[in-house]
Write a protein that binds this ligand. Structure first.
Ligand code: PBG
Length: 328
């Protein structure tokens, strides 16, 4: 007799059976929620290209964070919009800078929530680049000292983890050394290791007012065509002391996520960036796709590719749906 036909559909018929054999779980405790802090009081400014996201003054931000924590979201990633910009991005490392104030306020109100800070200069520099500019180009080594100061100032304000996103060479090592010297030996670094020069950051740059005023970021962010180079960047960051490495953006770079997990087997984050959020939101609004399902599918795919940590502007919506069990 011919051997019995294998029927994969047997395990797909019943929802509980599907759930029983599901390979990838998306859980609220894998999510990190990015937020934008702004000076002022009572400010909650919608970001046009990111419907549902706001730039918030600290009083409003604290409410948002309390809500998120109440939904079980374990971590926020804070970005700041400074009062003034200058060539050296000095508000980025000011003791009373917007992010430093926001960190203190959040830790004060929700001490258990993890506060992660983006360590970069581009929102704070008048030229909009992630480092010091001299003679029309972004200088690497003089920037390291400033980035280290940013990281230490965040740790001093109470940040649970710092996340350098500038893509200067050697910044993880410089930050690690400065944190250790300042006795923050237990503050982890989540490095934006494989950060691509991506058009998918467009909406973020509107939100953070961080678009470069001349040129672009291709002299420091990765070429989207390169995968081997991304592996090398990750290896370097690990060598310099990164605790979590990150791939960014997420959806167009799932091969990089998968490869990074397979090659390094270390805690891995993927940042589903502003443009990914905007695409799903926009198509949903137009009625061109089912926004909730598309969102959950995208988030599960990022986890399936190998990310342990998923940074997403959909954190609240996802938490709500996961709570209701609609991920089934
Ligand atoms: C700062 C930074 C950027 C993002 C995170 N940190 C923008 C950039 O590099 O231009 C993008 C996040 C997003 O698009 O959601 N360097």
């Amino acid at each position: 007799m011919a051997h019995a036909m294998f029927r994969p559909r047997r395990l797909r018929e019943k929802p509980l059976l599907r759930a029983l054999v599901r390979e990838t779980a998306l859980a609220v405790d894998d999510l990190v929620y990015p937020l934008f802090a702004l000076h002022g009081r009572g400010v909650r400014e919608p970001i046009a290209s990111m419907p549902g996201q706001f730039r918030m003054s600290i009083d409003e931000l604290v409410k948002e964070v309390k809500d998120a924590a109440g939904m079980g979201i374990p971590a926020v990633l804070l970005f700041g919009v400074p009062a003034e910009k200058d060539p050296r991005g000095s508000e980025a490392y000011a003791e009373d800078g917007i992010v430093q104030q926001a960190v203190r306020a959040v830790k004060d109100v929700v001490p258990d929530l993890l506060v992660v800070t983006d360590v970069c200069l581009c929102q704070y520099t008048s030229h909009g680049h992630c480092g010091i500019v001299e003679g029309g180009s972004v200088r690497n080594d003089p920037t390291l000292e400033l980035l280290a100061r940013v990281a230490v100032s965040h740790a001093e304000a109470g940040a649970d983890m710092v996340a350098p996103s500038d893509m200067m060479d050697g910044r993880v090592g410089a930050i690690r050394e400065a944190l250790d010297e300042a006795s923050f030996t237990d503050t982890p670094i989540m490095a934006y290791s494989a950060k691509y020069a991506s058009s998918f950051y467009g909406p973020f740059r509107e939100a953070a007012e961080s678009a470069p005023q001349f040129g672009d970021r291709r002299s420091y962010q990765l070429d989207p065509a390169n995968a081997l180079e991304a592996m090398r960047e990750i290896a370097l960051d690990l060598d310099e002391g990164a605790d979590i490495v990150m791939v960014k953006p997420a959806l167009p770079y799932l091969d990089i996520v998968s490869r990074a997990k397979a090659e390094f087997g270390v805690p891995l984050a993927a940042y589903s960036v502003s443009g990914e959020y905007a695409m799903i939101r926009a198509a949903g609004r137009l009625g061109w796709l089912d926004e909730e399902r598309a969102m959950l599918e995208a988030l599960v795919a990022i986890r399936r590719a190998g990310a342990d940590v998923v940074i997403t502007y959909f954190a609240r919506e996802a938490a709500r749906l996961l709570e209701r069990g609609s991920a089934r």
